[in-house]
Design a protein around this ligand. Structure first.
Ligand code: ARG
Length: 603
């Protein structure tokens, strides 16, 4: 029959896997299965191969298309008796490839694939020679905006902003690694009516404000709170504050200058935190988009999206019981109009295809509405899987030990800088307790304490699903056992020390030696290493850094199993196993890097 002839014809064809070395295992297999599916049931076009990694003794990956195909062809004239037969045929039609060792069909037609050990070993070795960037995933997007951190001038930068900073930075790093050009944007709250009251208050407090310097001004947050109190209790002050807004927004010099100064003071404070966290950001605050708002609203109005409602200008959106206000009844613009202008700017001026916003889940509705308006305006694709698109990356609250919102004892908002100080000093104490005070220089102590301490704060934040609230606990995050950054830093440092103590030149081994994956635990470790790229791709696509944390933790577990069952130094397989150590350390370091954690090489 024709189909039999087709099967024979494809048997001989071998799809080259060398041409596209940067592709991950899953995609390589998907390509092979795509061919097999077409040959198996030529009448069904455009079936997407459903290939997924699996754990089990039957295979490393599985293709799940047989049932779906069967439901499309059953009842019609077909040579197949049921899904298992379809699975068998898919397996037979799989083109030959050096990446597959064997296949089998299980249950209702799953095609299991066992990867070739040789191919796995060679791929890992090639990564060691070419560098880990060879394993960077490919994403279907060229330029993205990551809008994160985004604190507000003169208001406190609280743990919510810490979460946004940490999650946003990781997302940006993962996308950058995946060769996406990332515009890291700090959408600072630097515009709005609050500046009227703050400036008015400061003018009152400092008779010669112009000459007052940062140190003399001190705590802007305190002044902000006091000015708010005055605003709410003193009608005379309130009126002056409202006039101040008008004068500021009208561009009056004295007010403009005060605003610039206030922003500068806050900015310096923010920058100190970013520097400690190793985070890069470019500030384009709310004020930046302000000039674009009128034209943007005009465009939306011309598209019949904006209507008058009770003195305000609003956009009614299906599925929401409140409209999106874009011009307040006093004629002023707001958070939403600014975000609409920002989307417009990012699409048209910055040519971004994907806009990612990292804020607490409390802002979900705001972004849902703004994105919906942008879709209706035709700016964003209405298909959520297509570009240009916008995504809100929401996260839960940070809780204290009492499971309530994280506060200090005096129920103040926790300051970021204090948190980082404490994490570091606790780590330093532990290092000294372990005798590192005599062994290391003061500089080494400081650097290690920072790397471990800041890394622990970041990892604790990133490891859980971002949507769930998480409890901030130094005791937990600084524990050297369990799924913590401290444990992982130790694991990595231990691998480095194994390599160091072997006395071998690892660079030389990379090109002279060879990896073999004969032992089951070597193979399991090798398979996990090879899946790095797929995991980063998944973490990027679904904007879930915890997926990468989980991978990293599992990697260290696979390594531990390997190391306890396979002697490295002094064994016949020493060269191969040292290379596996090096590959593990390399992938761990890349994970650390993507999570914004500075690795430690010795502890
Ligand atoms: N400044 C806001 C806040 O502190 C976050 C801004 C987020 N970005 C945006 N484009 N709206 O809650």
């Amino acid at each position: 029959t024709t189909s039999r002839r087709l099967i024979l014809a494809t048997k001989k064809r071998s799809v080259s896997t060398m041409a596209n070395e940067e592709e991950n295992v899953k995609r390589k297999l998907a390509k092979l299965f795509e061919v097999a599916l077409k040959v198996t049931v030529p009448s069904v076009v455009d079936v997407e191969p459903l290939v997924a990694a699996c754990t089990g003794k039957f295979g490393d990956y599985q293709c799940n298309n047989a049932m779906g195909l069967w439901s499309k062809i059953k009842g019609k004239e077909t040579e197949f008796k049921g899904p298992p037969a379809v699975g068998q045929a898919i397996m037979r039609n799989l083109p030959q490839s050096d990446i597959i060792e064997s296949c089998s069909v299980a249950g209702p037609g799953f095609v299991n694939v066992k990867l070739s050990r040789n191919w796995m070993a060679q791929s890992i070795q090639r990564m060691l020679i070419d560098g880990i960037d060879a394993w960077a995933p490919r994403l279907p997007v060229r330029r993205a905006v990551v809008d994160f951190s985004s604190p507000n001038i003169a208001k406190e930068m609280h743990v919510g902003h810490l979460r946004s900073t940490i999650i946003g930075d990781t997302i940006a790093r993962m996308l950058e690694f995946s060769r996406v050009e990332v515009l890291r944007r700090n959408h600072v709250g630097d515009w709005g009516t609050q500046f009227g009251m703050l400036i008015e208050f400061l003018f009152e407090k400092f008779s010669n404000w112009e000459d007052a310097n940062e140190a003399a001004i001190g705590d802007l947050q305190e002044f902000y709170k006091e000015s708010k109190k005055r605003f709410d209790s003193d009608p005379d002050f309130k009126e002056r504050a409202q006039k101040a807004v008008v004068r500021l927004q009208g561009g009056e010099q004295k007010y403009r200058k005060a605003w610039t100064q206030i922003c500068e003071i806050s900015r310096n404070e923010f920058n100190r935190v970013y520097q400690r966290l190793g985070v890069q950001l470019e500030e384009k605050g709310e004020s930046f988009y302000n000039p674009y708002i009128p034209a943007v609203l005009e465009e939306l109005t011309s598209k019949n999206l904006v209507e008058d409602s009770q003195g305000a200008r609003v956009i009614f959106l299906e599925g929401f019981n409140i409209p999106l206000i874009v011009v307040k009844s006093d004629g002023g613009y707001n958070y939403a109009s600014t975000d609409l202008a920002a989307i417009w700017y990012r699409l048209n001026e910055e040519k971004a295809e994907w806009m990612i916003y990292v804020t607490d889940v409390g802002q979900q509705q705001h972004f849902d509405m703004v994105f919906k308006a942008a879709k209706r305006a035709g700016w964003l694709s209405t298909d959520d899987n297509a570009y240009p698109k916008a995504s809100h990356v929401g996260f839960g609250l940070v809780l204290g030990d009492d499971k309530k919102r994280f506060r200090t004892r005096s129920s103040e908002v926790v300051r970021l800088a204090d948190l980082l100080d404490e994490a570091k000093s606790r780590c330093k104490t532990t290092l000294i307790e372990r005798g590192k005070g005599d062994e290391w220089t003061e500089e080494e102590l400081e650097q290690t304490a920072e790397a471990i301490g800041y890394g622990a704060v970041k990892y604790a934040d990133l490891k859980s699903n971002r949507l769930t609230n998480y409890t901030f606990s130094f005791d937990q995050m600084l524990n050297d056992k369990g799924n913590t950054a401290v444990y992982l830093q130790y694991a990595h440092a231990r691998i480095c020390s194994i390599i160091r103590k072997s006395g071998k030149d690892i660079e030389e081994l990379k090109s002279m030696g060879a990896i073999v994956l004969d032992h089951a635990d070597e193979r399991a470790l090798g398979l996990h290493l090879l899946q790095f790229s797929e995991v980063v791709e998944e973490a990027c696509t679904n904007l879930l850094p915890n997926v990468l944390c989980e991978y990293l933790y599992n990697l260290s577990e696979f390594f531990t199993t390997f190391y306890s069952n396979c002697q490295v130094v002094g064994s016949a397989e020493e060269t191969s196993r040292l290379l596996l150590c090096e590959a593990t350390a390399t992938v761990m370091r890349k994970c650390f890097y993507l999570l914004g954690i500075v690795p430690v090489y010795k502890i």
